[in-house]
Write a protein that binds this ligand. Structure first.
Ligand code: HEC
Ligand code: HEC
Length: 266
């Protein structure tokens, strides 16, 4: 069983005071309970409100509901099977991961940069937790990916230790310095949308967050980003964060194109 003790990050509840959050990955029910009680106990809020009354009112009217929603949605991202949770726990052997990687190279290429036309994503330099979660989701058909499905069979990758190793190797690979980009016409719009709707989870530089399972978006191919955004918005890709789904549902095809273009050039 794996447990994390870490500071609450700003993407959970911007505006609330930092506090320790402990949760156990292999027992999802427990995670939800612990985090929600953390967020909703009046203890922190009271302390906070006494200190900063006006900001406190804002927190109660605006930040708090958002906080409760984003907490729930974030947790639903960590809904891994027991089997794949094990891959997170096992200490990785990067050298062994390098030996397994050729299995993935026929599509994701030797360097892990996929294809600029976006048919195959960049995986090099992606956070290890994100890689493991995507493999788990594809395996459980929570994320539709028939092309890759056969390659998510733990039996052919060397079991959970193999998955632990190959994802550590991929995370350590050098990132693609020149991913495929869009037409560059609406970069200001893309930046504006990103800062308002996406930055709080994916980070100022699109760098994501390993601990929170937020993917790195920086340096990903434009065409792949755009396809995922449309699939997430339109419900074809079902494993995305609920708060994110709400954000992308508000955006048109052109707006998604602009934000994907902006991200591919970060
Ligand atoms: C036969 C081709 C193929 C092989 C082999 C393959 N993949 Fe993929 N992979 C894909 C495709 C296609 C996608 C993107 C699917 C989509 O658009 O949703 C993908 C997506 C992914 C993603 C999700 C990326 C993201 O940003 O969310 C990960 C992680 C991944 N592959 C890892 C691997 C690993 C690890 C291996 C080897 C064990 C592997 N793949 C082998 C075709 C392949
Ligand atoms: C509440 C946090 C949150 C917000 C806000 C958010 N995302 Fe995400 N996003 C996530 C998580 C978590 C995932 C991974 C989902 C999964 O596990 O498949 C994700 C996945 C993605 C992916 C797929 C990445 C890949 O490698 O396949 C893209 C693209 C993306 N987000 C772009 C955006 C954009 C653009 C916005 C703003 C319009 C946004 N996100 C807002 C949390 C968020």
């Amino acid at each position: 069983m794996l447990s994390y003790a870490r500071k609450r990050e700003p993407y959970f509840c911007s505006g609330l005071p930092p506090s320790k959050v402990t949760y156990k990955l292999s027992d999802n029910t427990m995670i939800v309970k612990e985090l929600i009680s953390e967020h909703l106990t009046s203890k922190h809020l009271n302390r906070f409100l006494h200190r900063r009354f006006l900001t406190g009112i804002l927190a109660l009217t605006g930040v708090m509901p958002l906080c409760a929603i984003s907490t729930n949605a974030n947790i639903s991202q960590v809904n891994l099977s027991q089997e794949f949770t094990r891959a997170l726990e096992l200490a990785p052997d990067v050298k062994n991961g390098e030996k397994i990687y050729p299995l993935c190279a026929s599509c994701h290429m030797k360097n892990g940069w996929g294809k600029r036309d976006g048919s195959f994503p960049v995986i090099a330099g992606q956070h290890r937790n994100v890689l493991i979660k995507q493999l788990a989701d594809i395996r459980s058909k929570n994320r539709e990916n028939p092309t890759m499905y056969p390659f998510t069979d733990p039996g052919s990758i060397g079991g959970m230790q193999g998955i632990s190793d190959v994802t550590a190797y991929i995370a350590s690979m050098e990132k693609d310095p020149e991913p495929g980009v869009g037409d560059g016409k609406n970069l200001d719009l893309g930046k504006d949308i990103y800062q308002k709707r996406c930055l709080r989870c994916h980070g100022a530089e699109g760098q994501g967050n390993n601990e929170a399972f937020f993917p790195r978006l920086k340096g990903q191919h434009h065409a792949y980003l755009l396809r995922q955004l449309k699939w997430i918005r339109d419900g074809y890709r079902k494993n995305a964060n609920e708060v994110m789904v709400t954000e992308v549902k508000a955006l048109s095809d052109d707006e998604l194109d602009a934000v994907a273009d902006y991200l591919s050039r970060l």
